[in-house]
Design a protein around this ligand. Structure first.
Ligand code: ZN
Length: 148
């Protein structure tokens, strides 16, 4: 991963080698699958939403270090958060990837990205942005099933 500095590369590799919240959840948890054919990445997201809170999340799939580490960091970041907080986090992450824009109201809300900041260097490699965003799109689909 040329261009990503050492600290960020370490965080990404740590999540790639030791993915968090790996596994499956039984129904009524919702389930979505996402593919990134450009890279061959696949992500599965299982989401247990109760009373407007992401009670639990599990992630499966395979692919490159960017796609898998992004999924691992995402699972860590959204677990225990309200649906509204998760939507704000998705928006913030996509704006970091230059896919969505933040307006002033968005920017005034504090959203902690934590380890996810390690992926900010990916924006310099447009072909890898799809890898980084795959799990977030899959999460959004699982979320919309859970909160129709
Ligand atoms: Zn990839």
């Amino acid at each position: 991963m040329p261009g990503l500095d050492d600290l960020y590369r370490e965080i990404i590799l740590d999540h790639y080698r030791s993915p968090r919240n790996r596994g499956e959840l039984p129904p009524p948890a919702t389930h979505a699958v996402g593919h990134n054919p450009l890279c061959g990445d696949e992500i599965e997201v299982y989401l247990d939403v109760r009373d407007g809170v992401v009670h639990d999340i599990k992630v499966g799939g395979q692919g490159c270090s960017i796609s898998q580490s992004s999924a691992s960091m995402m699972s860590q970041a959204v677990k225990g958060k309200t649906v509204d907080e998760v939507r704000a986090l998705v928006h913030r992450f996509k704006s970091m990837m230059s896919i969505e824009e933040l307006d002033d109201a968005d920017a005034s809300v504090e959203v902690k990205l934590g380890d996810l900041e390690a992926l900010q260097g990916v924006v310099k490699f447009p072909v890898r942005i799809k890898c980084a965003v795959l799990s977030w799109n899959t999460l959004t689909e699982a979320l919309s099933q859970a909160t129709p």
